[in-house]
Design a protein around this ligand. Structure first.
Ligand code: SF4
Ligand code: SF4
Length: 446
């Protein structure tokens, strides 16, 4: 592993190799959790898709009921599993610890492997959306041209009519310099330390679209004296599970797990700035992939603010700091809630003078990664998001705040607000706008 290397492009041209996700049908009975379901329907009442779409049968059916049917006879997975947005709210809501999202992810994998035609446009659209990292790697080679082409009405129309990617949304712009290019040009870490070391899992979006979030992460952790490593990495897999592309997700995990496990071996904790990435490394990896080191990665992964709250006296560090920002409307992503992180951003940022962050409630943003990008889901996605949009508008703020890049897209789309990541606010408070040394290369040892 190298902490200064450019991302390798070795995987960009990977051919699709179908894998056998379910070696034997009887292995579908691996989840004794299905028997823990006592049919209280709490999961159904917490499902944002079921709330607005009467045709969606809900998580209880997708999970335990479907597994029971499967066990009794050779029952095909119902195609409605593709309507689950993978928000994982049902997981969080179940009082009986039924592993609902594991069941949904596995069922989607089986449905795509066995029931979805590999020649269908739906398959290729879903494959394209779930491999955003590969598309982004190609598009970001000529960012200005890609941004121009993706913004054309004709491109949107073709995407909508031909592929079923909604033309209602603006395609996210690629940054003119990726996070990893910035990191390499800077010379890597500015601080070397044997006992304060973190490995940054930036994911696709902070690398290709919002490198300012990755830079904020590096600057904030270096402010606290941490050596930051940036291991080689691929997509966390979140959009792939949501589309039943478990073979793609496994191939990405086969890069990520050994790279991150090696960093952990070197004394680093794994830090993610995106809550869906931390969710994936923590929960979905060990649920879905039997890879060496997967439990070490799961046990040593943290969301950025969470790590700082536990390991640093953030309140003392922020005391006396001030920023000049408009009021902020904070949305906690569903995947942050599942990790128990929903209240932390407001609590941390409250210590900064001049920051007034309002929690806009516990509703789902509705976009759920690739779900809201599909033409057939767009209206449902916006209906789910209505409550959040209304709360944002009532919060007397004109800037949004969240840790999830696709929730940020939905917040911006529904309200027109500019959206920030909490790390950017922390960066401004701790380091300021004008004191951002870009010299890396292990300039300082601690
Ligand atoms: S919340 Fe849990 S126990 Fe209740 S119906 Fe859903 S899966 Fe079953
Ligand atoms: S993951 Fe979300 S959309 Fe899917 S069934 Fe559970 S609550 Fe509903």
């Amino acid at each position: 592993m190298s902490d200064t290397e450019q991302p390798t492009d070795d995987h960009a041209d990977d051919e699709f190799e179908p894998i056998q996700v379910f070696p034997e049908p009887e292995e579908m009975d691996l989840r004794p959790g299905a028997d823990n379901c006592y049919k209280c329907s709490t999961c159904d009442t917490n499902c944002p898709v079921a709330e607005v779409d009467d045709e969606f049968p809900g998580p209880k059916f997708q999970g335990p009921e479907q597994w029971r049917l499967k066990r009794q006879d050779d029952h095909d997975i119902d195609d409605s599993v593709m309507k689950c947005s993978n928000c994982m709210r049902c997981d969080h809501a179940c009082p009986s610890e039924v592993p609902l999202s594991q069941m949904h992810n596995t069922a989607r994998g089986e449905y795509v492997a066995e029931n979805m035609s590999k020649r269908s446009l739906e398959y290729w659209r879903n494959r394209l959306l779930s491999n955003y990292g590969t598309m982004a790697r190609i598009g970001s080679k000529v960012p200005r041209l890609t941004n121009f082409v993706m913004g054309l009405s004709i491109t949107k129309l073709v995407n909508d009519r031909l592929l079923g990617i909604t033309s209602e949304r603006e395609f996210p712009e690629f940054a003119t310099e990726t996070f990893r290019t910035w990191w390499a040009d800077r010379g890597g870490a500015a601080i070397q330390s044997d006992d304060r070391r973190v490995a940054y899992f930036h994911g696709c979006y902070s690398n290709y679209n919002t490198p300012e979030v990755g830079k904020a992460m590096v600057r904030v952790f270096e402010h606290f004296g941490y050596e930051v490593l940036v291991p080689d990495q691929r997509c966390s897999g979140t959009p792939m599970y949501a589309n039943g592309m478990l073979g793609d997700a496994r191939r990405a995990a086969e890069t990520n797990v050994p790279e991150l496990a090696a960093a952990i071996e070197d004394g680093a904790a794994v830090i993610a700035s995106c809550t869906s990435c931390s969710m994936s490394l923590r929960q979905e990896y060990p649920e879905l992939f039997d890879l060496e080191g997967v439990h070490e990665v799961s046990d040593n992964t943290w969301e950025a603010l969470e790590y700082l709250r536990v390991h640093e006296d953030l309140e003392a560090a922020l005391s006396g700091t001030a920023v000049d920002l408009p009021d902020l409307a904070y949305h906690a992503p569903c995947h942050a809630r599942n990790q128990g992180l929903d209240g932390q951003a407001i609590e941390v940022l409250d210590a900064i003078d001049g920051v007034d962050a309002h929690d806009v409630g516990d509703s789902c943003s509705g976009i759920s990664g690739t779900y809201g990008w599909k033409s057939e889901n767009y209206d449902t996605s916006m209906k789910i998001g209505e409550e959040m949009f209304e709360h944002m508008e009532r919060a007397d703020a004109d800037t949004g705040l969240t840790e999830c890049p696709t929730c940020a897209m939905q917040m911006e789309h529904g309200t027109g607000y500019e959206i920030k990541h909490p790390l950017q606010v922390l960066e401004t408070a701790l380091i300021g706008e004008n004191d951002r040394s870009e010299t890396g290369g292990g300039a300082e040892s601690r």
